[in-house]
Design a protein around this ligand. Structure first.
Ligand code: GDP
Length: 503
């Protein structure tokens, strides 16, 4: 997190992220804390979910990111969970450490996040906190009662047991890390949600990580800009400014920013696209510095624009269709209406569509199908006389072109029935080919409980005591695979792939 180095620094509240395996009680915990927080009562019970909330505990603020599993989180995590200062790792006492617990531990460690283990569901008769601690130790997380450094607390999100103790630990970790902000600096932070409100326009939920934002400020996020007209706190109260660690709603973006994207504000307009690009570049560079070796998907930066030409019998229906398009939100892409006018689809419209790769909506109007360009573009001309139907067709067309083309094809599966030998990066296993064929040198994925646990390559295949090149479905075979941790086990499925990418 940004911590400006100068004398204007003042303390700020910790931002907390809750992580852990599915069903271990993350939502229950967040709901319990939210419900029992003082601030909520002040809002007269009006609850809005903007992706984060703030509580006051012992006269201090704590901000919780409240949508685990949300797309913003995966993006933020991909960048090393830098949005948060403290993590709470929830592990159910009746279930123990599971795959997503291990993943969460990896994220926390990569991001060097201070964290607390919350052993949840301790109200259940089958709860076994000691077993959880042992399993954590096996994953290099040593809690304090196991002579380690990681604080842990046995809670029940259902009954509210030891939640205060958990919050005390959050404040303790925050204090140890001396969280600071410069309240005089222009604000910066992350976009955590966006939505289109029919009345208010583009509504963005932001988490301020440093500085201050004020109404009237210019704002920019991933190439999208605007001027802040309205700021609301997470309870919907209108405010004129907000500081670091606060989740807020901002109205004023001219286009929806992307969830997980960084934003920054300024007193002067973000005019040149270059400036915006530079800011994104700096951010990405910074993320790389924070985490060597981490790859940021280029898709996160690029935005496809879908151009639309609307031709209609009445201007009012053209406007209604235009509004319908403006309400559509697509990940990593946006809609641009080139024209929304009355009249038949003419040669000029087709030329424009060809040049700008646009979709044409012909609402209750004719299309001159004798024009030569029509033959080329007919797939992109949507005709109709019911607004929602044409919008629906257009949406489907856009979604289809957004779908990534498959890069590979599955060619076979092997059900593992026996494990013969485990070496460091090599294993010899046996099983039955359940579909396709097993081919030497093929790339493989190991699937356990519907989750891919690792990748590797088939080094050799043995069938009926002979070394062979391939084995078909229905037969049993032994294979040697080059595959690191975690090891293949009986019951796993080995899935083979062929790359469809042209090299
Ligand atoms: P998440 O997937 O981690 O967000 O898990 P949830 O919060 O949705 O909880 C999964 C299930 O466990 C729900 O049915 C909860 O009611 C239940 N649960 C969560 N915390 C507790 C707890 O402390 N005790 C008991 N008995 N059940 C809990």
């Amino acid at each position: 997190m940004p911590n400006s180095k100068n004398n204007n620094l003042i303390p700020r509240s910790p931002v907390v992220v809750v992580m852990g395996h599915v069903d271990h009680g993350k939502t229950k915990l967040l709901d319990y804390i939210r419900k029992t927080s003082v601030a909520e009562k002040e809002a007269g019970g009006i609850t809005q979910h903007i992706g984060a909330y703030e509580i006051t505990y012992k006269n201090r603020g704590i901000t919780f990111l409240d949508t685990p599993g949300h797309e913003a989180f995966s993006k933020l995590r991909g960048r090393g969970a830098k949005a948060a200062d403290v993590a709470i790792l929830v592990v159910a006492a009746d279930d123990g450490v599971k795959t997503q617990t291990v993943e969460a531990i990896e994220h926390i460690k990569k991001a060097e996040l201070p964290f607390i283990v919350a052993i949840n569901k301790t109200d259940k008769p089958e709860a076994n906190p000691e077993k959880v601690k042992k399993e954590l130790a096996e994953n290099d997380v040593l809690v304090e009662s196991w002579s380690g450094k990681v604080p842990s607390v046995e809670i029940s999100a259902k009954q509210g047991k030891n939640i205060n103790e958990l919050l005390d630990l959050v404040l303790l970790l925050a204090d140890l890390n001396e969280l600071k902000t410069n309240p005089k600096k222009p604000g910066e932070g992350l976009v955590i949600e966006t939505n289109l409100d029919p009345r208010r326009g583009i509504v963005a939920s932001l988490l301020i990580l440093d500085g201050i934002i004020q109404t009237g400020d210019y704002i920019s996020s991933g190439g999208v800009t605007g001027k802040i007209k309205i700021i609301e706190d997470f309870l919907g109260n209108s405010i004129t400014q907000a500081h670091a660690s606060s989740p807020v709603i901002v109205i004023g973006f001219t286009e929806p920013p992307q969830v997980g994207e960084k934003f920054s504000t300024d007193k002067i307009p973000f005019t040149a696209a270059l400036k915006v690009a530079k800011k994104i570049g700096e951010f990405i560079e910074k993320s790389f510095d924070d985490e060597p070796g981490q790859i940021i998907e280029p898709e996160e930066k690029t935005k496809n624009t879908f151009n639309i030409i609307i031709k209609s019998d009445f201007q009012s229906s053209a406007e209604a269709i235009k509004e319908g398009f403006e309400k559509m939100i697509f990940e990593n892409s946006n809609i641009k209406i080139l024209k929304a006018e009355t009249g038949n689809v003419n040669a000029g419209n087709l030329e424009l569509a060809d040049l700008s790769d646009a979709i044409i909506i012909a609402f209750n109007v004719k299309v001159d199908t004798t024009l030569s360009l029509y033959g080329k573009l007919k797939e992109k001309v949507i005709s109709g006389n019911i607004i929602y139907e044409v919008l629906d067709k257009a949406k489907k067309l856009i979604e289809t072109s957004l779908k990534p083309r498959p890069e590979r094809e599955e060619t076979g599966q092997l059900q593992i029935l026996a494990v013969f030998r485990k070496e460091k990066n090599r294993q010899v296993v046996g099983g039955k080919v359940t579909s396709g064929e097993i081919v030497k040198n093929a790339r493989i994925e190991i699937v356990r409980d519907d989750a891919v646990i690792g990748q590797g390559r088939i080094i050799s295949i043995e069938s009926e005591k002979k070394e062979v090149g391939k084995v078909e479905a229905g037969r049993e075979t032994g294979i040697a695979v080059d595959f690191g941790e975690p090891k293949i086990a009986v019951g796993d499925t080995v899935v083979l792939f062929r790359s469809l990418k042209q090299n």
